[in-house]
Design a protein around this ligand. Structure first.
Ligand code: M6R
Length: 608
């Protein structure tokens, strides 16, 4: 969503803040701004559009100061324009606030503040905070912030500065991630570690209800009652070049090409080859506890929801326990049947998705145990879940999730193997699954080696208006994921369907202008998929088929073929995902779209 970075120390703040914002730009990018203490007061620069616009302004009119805050915005309240860009100021311009999240009682607070004479300059909920802090300010910034936050309903990660208490940044968190970075004689605040990784690896993740005060000679953390809190310092092991493009034109392409390594990292140290199962250190469940569950609910959003569907199929097939997959955004609004005998698996790349976090909390409130399958170490879901599996895919910067998806599926497979063994899957049936897992990195590499072929198919379709993606069994979720990738980065309308459902409606759309991507590896439903290919071909549709061997039954029925290696059924969606990611990528690039920062999207959706 939006991004926050703040700095206090001996160095000039503006270059550090702009650099941090650029690293956060993938989180939100419709406008940006900085507020820096210039020795006399708070000086701001704001610009709609990309960070480069803001950078242009700051270069033209530099701000001198060594303490400041900055923000990159993804609009929720109010259009993406200059007025609505953060930082927001109090009436007297002495207090500046940057904010991620949503102030739910913003309208009533605004009315009350206007009634006592405050004048607002933006349509944002954030501006309420600046005026509210001003209202309570009596010489000490953290006290005013605490008072203000006690009146606020909703979610926030904030950073505040004031020229009337000029030597500190006050930061606070409720429901929106925020961390403090500890440098050599300098301190940072950021919504995401990538903003400050160039300067420090020592970070403290703030908990909900924490307020941090950063000054030149130290930091303090207090709670909402102003009582001192102690928080652990974490050492981050991500490298800076892990969050840079490494010679690729886009993060998305880099991340697609990282997948042989990233899935290997997900498996590393977890496979028990001879025993045909997996060990998972972090799930915090004994064998006895794992056997006590009656059912499993998996909840997630977007791409993570697609990996959840694959997890459902795997777990039901091998561990023989009922699994339901729920959209996290719907879950808590429909009184789900869930309790202590349900295991809730929560999947999130970022570990910060507001809907997913809320669904997890709801499940926990109802007595369920929550296991997180998360990429970002130290994220809120990782910390609040009762146990979990880190997917170790490394930072995913491209807004379109790619390597996280394949690693999530691997993590689900590992969990399936562990649970299935306990529930009676013999070692001799687990062993071929483990062996198939071990082959996947090289098989993904084979697919990547044929990226050129996929690019030339993209040449034929970059002017398409619509796309259908069809698959069955394990590859129905792969079809959904292929369609999501295409629509989010190329803006071509695309739908994923179970192949056999096509005849119940979408078949009406088929004509010579409709490209249809079939995911048709040689699996247990292959023959069924061939019939569906025939149905499309008979109506003039243009068929692109993902196949895993030369199939006489497909001869003459497909227009373009993408060959993927053979694997067991449950891993076919992994090998399908990679060429579908590439197809979407190349189509989007050929259409001139900004694949890493598609319009209207944010990497981490931290609002409901
Ligand atoms: O960080 P999460 O996995 O919780 O994010 C969930 C979705 O917002 C995310 O997968 C989204 O759908 C991506 N843009 C898909 O590429």
């Amino acid at each position: 969503m939006c991004g926050i970075v703040g700095y206090v120390g001996p160095r000039l703040a503006s270059p550090l803040l702009l650099e941090g914002l650029k690293r956060l730009e993938y989180r939100g990018y419709d406008s940006a701004g900085v507020a820096i203490m210039n020795g006399k007061g708070v000086e701001t620069r704001k610009a709609p559009g990309k960070i480069s616009e803001l950078e242009r302004l700051v270069t033209a009119a530099p701000i001198h100061g060594t303490l400041g805050i900055a923000h990159t915005r993804w609009a929720t309240h109010g259009a993406p324009n200059f007025c609505n860009a953060h930082p927001h100021l109090s009436c007297d311009n002495n207090i500046a606030v940057v904010h991620n999240g949503i102030i739910e009682n913003g309208s009533s607070l605004r009315q009350a503040l206007e009634d006592v004479g405050h004048t607002f300059r933006s349509e944002t909920d954030t501006e309420v905070l600046a005026h509210l802090i001003e209202e309570f300010f009596d010489g000490n910034l953290e006290e005013a912030v605490l008072e203000a936050l006690r009146k606020v309903e909703g979610t926030y990660g904030i950073a505040v500065v004031s020229s009337r208490d000029p030597n500190k940044i006050v930061a606070a968190r409720k429901g929106s991630p925020l961390l403090v970075g500890l440098g050599e004689g300098e301190y940072f605040v950021a919504s995401d570690v990538s903003a400050i990784l160039a300067h420090t690896r020592q970070v403290i993740y703030l908990d909900d209800g924490d307020l941090a005060v950063l000054e030149r000679d130290g930091y303090r953390i207090i709670d909402m009652q102003a009582l001192p809190m102690t928080r652990a310092v974490n050492s981050i092991d991500w490298d800076l070049d892990m969050i840079e493009r490494g010679g690729f034109p886009h993060f998305m392409l880099k991340e697609i090409f990282e997948q042989p390594t990233t899935i290997e990292n997900t498996m590393r140290g977890r496979l028990l080859v001879e025993e045909g199962t997996a060990k998972l250190g972090g799930i915090n469940l004994t064998n006895e506890e794992l056997l006590e569950f009656d059912n499993i609910v998996i909840t997630a959003c977007g791409t993570s929801w697609h990996s959840a569907l694959i997890g459902e199929f795997m777990i039901e097939e091998l561990a023989r326990i009922p699994v339901e997959v729920e959209y996290a955004s719907e879950f808590r609004y429909r009184n789900p049947v869930i309790g202590p005998r349900t295991l809730c698996i929560v999947i999130s790349q970022s570990g910060e998705t507001a809907d997913t976090l809320a669904a997890m909390r709801e499940a926990q409130k109802r007595g369920a145990r929550a296991l997180g399958i998360v990429n970002v170490v130290g994220s809120t879901i990782a910390r609040e879940s009762d146990g979990g599996i880190y997917i170790h895919a490394g930072p995913e910067i491209g807004v379109a999730s790619t390597k996280a998806f394949t690693s999530q599926v691997i993590a689900l497979a590992l969990f399936t193997l562990r649970l299935a063994r306990l529930r009676g899957l013999p070692a001799e049936e687990g062993r071929p699954i483990v062996e198939a897992l071990q082959k996947l990195p090289a098989q993904i590499k084979d697919v990547l080696d044929r990226a050129d072929e996929i690019e030339s198919i993209a040449d034929e379709f970059n002017d398409a208006a619509n796309f259908l993606y069809l698959g069955r069994g394990y590859n129905f979720p792969a079809a959904l994921e292929g369609a999501l990738k295409l629509k989010e980065i190329s803006y071509i309308h695309a739908e994923g369907y179970p192949a056999a459902e096509m005849k119940h409606g979408p078949i009406a759309l088929i004509d010579e202008n409709m490209p249809v991507v079939f995911i048709a590896p040689h699996d247990s439903v292959f023959d069924k998929v061939v019939s569906n290919v025939q149905e499309v071909k008979a109506r003039g549709g243009r068929v692109i088929a993902l196949t895993s061997r030369s199939e006489p039954s497909l001869a003459g029925k497909i227009d373009y073929e993408i060959r993927v290696p053979e694997t067991i059924d449950m891993f076919t969606p992994i090998l399908a995902a990679v060429p579908l990611q590439l197809l979407a990528y190349y189509i989007a690039v050929k259409r001139g779209a900004n694949v890493d920062q598609p319009r209207n999207l944010a990497k981490s959706v931290t609002v409901e």
